[in-house]
Design a binder for this molecule. Structure first.
Ligand code: OXD
Ligand code: MN
Length: 592
């Protein structure tokens, strides 16, 4: 059976179950996008923005505002293969449950078939997917976030493999029933399911973000991470950035932070140190493979930004603001009276009147935010003024530096460097952050989020740690150097100690100098740290006591951290690599 026969049969099988009124094969054209938007405006689910060309605002149902980790499943034949950090249901049971939900779920709706490529089609690292969905909102978002169209279909016809991704909002319409602006199913019927052994994705009941745009978290991270382990490459929750020194030397950085910890801001950094500049390559996902020269090469599999809107401003991220000049889909932002969008911290002063993300009147006295904290923009990567001319290079760019980090008000200093690759894997495996609104759940608790992949690893995380060791063994002395940062440390009174944003370039510059062997570092129990003189702080007005606090290694607090890491590691049982146990012991010895 050719790939194309396989595709036709799959589409027919899904249509038999889901019973849509119509089937539409997407060609990815502007005409198609515009027509779908016109239809969504007419139905009342999209609001055209008078102030931004070709841009639209959507408001989701209040129960469907973020990724639903509790309803996300890695369905491997054995529970152990999904591991302790994933929800698991046996494949047969999960498929039976979901087929029952899919039965007739697209009645009254159009079923769209979206052929898409993650990565430029001509890249040896690209992977093809086909998403079936009953949401035109998903089609338009996918047309920005991925490369959709007939060229992809042609590649499938010529024999290219594809990953089937099935999605339904789970809201069939009875004959004559009016649609709602944001159809979705109740929480207990939502399922975001992955079958990594079969490279298969089934999503039901949510229309929001990573639950529904299946190329992103589901394919490019969960399924891809499992493929990458089998095939010897890496699929990581990382931005990709090129830093260029005054001498013109290029450094490529891949950095992993949990959701809503500033990845998009760092990806679009505008260095404040004279002579240095940066180019954006990606803001969320990196696929990396060892090249013919033995170095690790990264591509960004996406073609759009699905960024957290609140907090984005001309102060925090001017390049993102310019990216949003037009052709953007906004979700759950507030609407201004003159037909533009607004969100918290976009401007110093909020407008005097808005329609909030729930569609209600809003004035600054209201104690609720006008935009949902996980409000998003979907914008083409090509519109970013800092985009690198190499962002679609089929072979990718060679990575020099890995950065891990999170949001920590206490304990973790501004920057430290791993002693070696194994120690770097330990830093990644123990990364922790205060939780944010990107996932439904409590905000502000500390959670260990290894490699920022806890919600996105498609197999047992113990095996994932081992995969990192295996990659390091293969890379040898060509492996990227590994660093850990925390831009978010606060003073005991709750003041930010570090200005962040463009000033983070000072820390990046130090990393580049470490890579080039230009500066020594101080050995501490947690890793290597900058000598104060080596960190360029010219022009910053940070009181010396703040700097000391920013860099302080509080051995007592780190001992408590080590105890917590012991508990964190224990959950992996015998799937925890011995090399990580050894790292923990050495860390405890260094702490004394
Ligand atoms: C994202 C996330 O949307 O990590 O990128 O939640
Ligand atoms: Mn992300």
């Amino acid at each position: 059976m050719s790939s194309n026969d396989r595709l036709t049969r799959w589409v027919q099988e899904v249509a038999r179950h889901c019973q849509p009124d119509r089937i539409h094969w997407c060609d990815g054209s502007k005409k198609e996008y515009d027509r779908l938007m016109v239809e969504m405006v007419a139905r009342g689910s999209a609001i055209p923005l008078r102030k931004r060309p070709n841009s639209f605002l959507f408001r989701s149902h209040p129960s469907d505002v973020a990724r639903v980790e509790d309803r996300t499943f890695i369905s491997t034949p054995s529970r152990d293969d999904a591991g302790p950090t994933n929800n698991w249901v046996a494949p047969d049971e999960l498929k039976a449950t979901m087929w029952a939900l899919y039965e007739g779920c697209m009645r009254g709706r159009t079923m769209y078939v979206i052929p898409f490529s993650m990565g430029p089609l001509e890249s040896p690292m690209a992977k093809i997917g086909v998403e079936i969905t009953d949401s035109p909102y998903v089609v338009c978002n996918m047309e920005i976030m991925t490369r959709v169209g007939t060229r992809v279909l042609q590649a499938i016809e010529e024999g290219a493999d594809f990953i089937p991704c099935l999605h339904s909002v789970g809201a069939p319409l009875a004959p004559g029933q009016d649609d709602v602006p944001w159809p979705c199913a109740p929480m207990e019927q939502k399922y975001i399911s992955h079958f990594p052994q079969e490279n298969l994705i089934w999503s039901y009941g949510s229309g929001y973000g990573g639950n529904a745009l299946l190329g992103k978290k589901c394919l490019a991270l969960r399924i891809a991470s499992a493929m990458a382990r089998r095939e010897g490459w890496m699929a990581e929750h990382m931005l990709i950035l090129r830093l260029v020194s005054p001498e013109g030397r290029q450094y490529h950085i891949a950095a992993a932070f949990p959701s809503a910890c500033g990845k998009t801001n760092l990806a679009m950094i505008q260095p404040t140190i004279p002579g240095w500049r940066a180019e954006t390559l990606g803001d969320d996902i990196a696929w990396m493979k060892i090249g013919p020269d033995g170095r690790l090469y990264a591509i960004n599999p996406e073609s759009g930004f699905f960024g957290v809107a609140p907090g984005t401003s001309y102060k925090s991220n001017p390049a993102a603001m310019d990216t949003l000049c037009g052709n953007v889909i906004f979700t759950n932002c507030a609407l201004t009276d003159d037909g533009d969008i607004w969100w918290e911290q976009m401007t110093d002063e909020p407008p005097a009147h808005l329609i909030d993300w729930r569609g209600e009147d809003w004035t600054p006295e209201r104690d609720k935010p006008a935009a949902h904290p996980n409000a998003r923009f979907t914008a083409p990567t090509s519109q970013c003024p800092l985009i690198s001319s190499d962002w679609e290079k089929p072979e990718g760019v060679p990575i020099d530096i890995f950065i891990f980090g999170g949001r920590r008000a206490t304990v973790v200093p501004l920057v430290h460097e791993a002693y070696d690759w194994d120690h770097g894997v330990f830093l990644g495996a123990t990364a922790a952050s205060e939780t944010t609104a990107a996932n439904i759940g409590a905000v502000g608790n500390l959670r260990r989020d290894p490699f920022a992949m806890k919600p996105f690893c498609g197999y047992n995380m113990g095996d994932y740690f081992q995969h990192w060791f295996d990659m390091g063994d293969r890379l040898g002395d060509k492996a990227p150097r590994i660093f850990y940062v925390n831009w978010f440390r606060k003073s005991p009174e709750g003041r930010w100690l570090w200005p962040g944003y463009g000033e983070n370039s000072r820390v990046l510059k130090w990393m580049c100098e470490r890579v080039d062997g230009k500066v020594e570092a101080l050995d501490t129990p947690i890793g290597r740290m900058p000598r104060m003189d080596d960190l360029n702080l010219t022009g910053l007005d940070i009181p010396p006591e703040d700097l000391r606090e920013l860099m302080r290694v509080d051995v007592e607090a780190w001992r408590a951290e080590a105890n917590d890491i012991e508990k964190h590691f224990a959950q992996f049982g015998d799937r925890l690599p011995k090399r990580l146990e050894r790292q923990l012991r050495q860390f405890q010895i260094r702490l004394g």
